[in-house]
Ligand binder design. Structure first.
Ligand code: 3BY
Ligand code: FES
Ligand code: FE
Length: 440
């Protein structure tokens, strides 16, 4: 009596945990206590998913502090091509100039006006619509109208954002002290480079806005426990044995597992012939940039995410000599997943919009020479992941409804959900690192 228990924990006397303890009071959640008391192996307490205060912390401590994936170089192929990325109240311009990919805060150095309002486009220079201050794609101020004699344009370049391109994937770090990402780049680049993202073009891009917290979206992606029942199209090629320890594969999945092992043998022969790495490297937590990369076999023809697994685009990417390369799959914490096949690449970038709203941007890349209607049919290229995304969005939205109920209690991750636990561990590590930084 008088003692309160965290709603994810059972009291020592075995009593049912009391509802409404974990920071649902009118004063707002006790964010720091919830961070410190996170229970490993369990889904997070409700405020992590539903509270606007927590959302603000996520934007600062995660999205404005760690490396995030925003686009690929194929989205900005020519100098002057740009995309804008809005994260919380931040807005960033990612633009190509003659030297490569640059990133700037989308904030005029005169009086702060948002510079580029479009999500993507092409400019010669970046011109503010208010008083026409004009910046090069590299961010230099080159025209500011009539100014005082001592005005020095060099002092008013756009504020730059740390940008890092890894084998054609563009990562940003909005914070002033970006974590070292070199080691991760060195490991993942050899898996991605043969697919030549710089030599690819965007065949399709779809933005899905899901009524769900960004962490539910990520958790949903990091497991395939729901694939068998939830993704009939994806599991034509994606083996639903994903996430199972070999000795824990249920009997009903044994036939699929044997097909997987056969396909893996063929895949490894093809990789060895082409000098392509395939080994799993997994460091999802315990480091500032958690990641996981592997090349794994696909079911059916083993080439692509189509209904029978055969290539959707007739043009091979890069200098690859076979379509039978399965999927080179990359996860980088906190906001991306990615698959590269012989014929196409599909990238996914997650951007939080509000505690209960998340943008999921899916982009399909094919060889720049591939012609729509000739080398690929757009519906055939995109339909498996279009359906999969819709199914996942429905799971995430139902998840958000569930965790918003006062009756929600954190539940245990299953053995096949180890990557969710790692995601949450990484997330808590980053929240704590941020807290230490800001408290001096
Ligand atoms: O996209 C991924 O990373 C996969 C697809 C299914 C489950 N997930 C691990
Ligand atoms: Fe941009 Fe004045 S606010 S030119
Ligand atoms: Fe899914």
């Amino acid at each position: 009596p008088g003692q309160t228990w965290h709603s994810g924990q059972t009291a020592p006397d075995g009593s049912v945990p009391r509802l409404g303890i974990a920071g649902r009071g009118i004063a707002g959640p006790d964010i720091d206590r919830l961070i410190d008391e996170r229970r490993p192996g369990y889904s997070l307490e409700a405020p992590f998913y539903i509270s606007p205060e927590f959302f603000a912390r996520d934007v600062e401590a995660i999205f404005a502090s760690t490396w995030i994936f925003v686009a690929s170089v194929a989205e900005v192929p020519e100098p002057g091509d740009f995309v804008t990325i809005d994260i919380g109240t931040y807005s960033v311009i990612v633009i190509r100039d003659d030297d490569g990919i640059r990133a700037h805060h989308n904030v005029c150095r005169h009086r702060g006006t948002r510079l580029l309002g479009e999500p993507a486009g092409s400019v010669g220079n970046i011109v503010c619509s208010y008083h026409q201050w004009t910046y090069t794609p590299g961010g230099e101020l080159i025209s500011a109208g009539a100014q005082a004699p001592d005005f020095d344009p060099a002092c008013f370049s756009l504020r730059s954002v740390n940008v890092r391109t890894i084998a054609g994937l563009i990562f940003l770090c909005l914070g002033p002290e970006p974590d070292d990402i070199d080691e991760v780049a060195e490991v993942i680049a050899p898996y991605l480079a043969p697919h030549d993202i710089a030599g690819a073009k965007v065949a399709a891009q779809v933005d899905l806005i899901e009524d769900s917290n960004w962490k539910l979206v990520l958790e949903n992606n990091r497991e395939c426990y729901h694939c068998e029942a939830g993704h009939p199209e994806l599991t034509c090629t994606f083996f639903p044995t994903y996430g199972y320890a070999p000795d824990e594969i249920p009997p009903r999945l044994q036939p699929a597992y044997h097909r997987f092992l056969d396909a893996e043998r063929r895949l490894h022969d093809n990789c060895d012939r082409n000098g392509l790495p395939f080994a799993l490297v997994e460091e999802l937590s315990g480091r500032p940039t958690g990641f996981r990369i592997e090349r794994a076999a696909l079911d059916g023809q083993g080439e692509s995410y189509t209904m029978d697994g055969s290539a959707a685009s007739a043009k091979l990417l890069g200098d690859l000599d076979t379509f039978t390369l399965g999927r080179a799959s990359l996860h980088v914490q906190p906001n991306m997943w990615f698959h590269a096949m012989g014929d196409h690449i599909v990238t996914f970038s997650v951007v939080p919009l509000a505690a209960d709203r998340t943008l999921v941007r899916t982009t399909w890349l094919v060889d720049a020479e591939a012609e729509e209607g000739v080398d690929y049919d757009l519906a055939n290229l995109t339909s498996v992941w279009m359906k999969t995304n819709e199914q996942d969005a429905a799971f995430c939205e139902r998840g958000q409804l569930g965790v918003s109920s006062p009756a929600y209690l954190p539940g245990p991750y299953a053995p096949t959900e180890g990557h969710l636990d790692e995601f949450c561990t990484w997330y808590i590590e980053r929240l704590k690192a941020h807290r230490e930084r800001v408290s001096g």
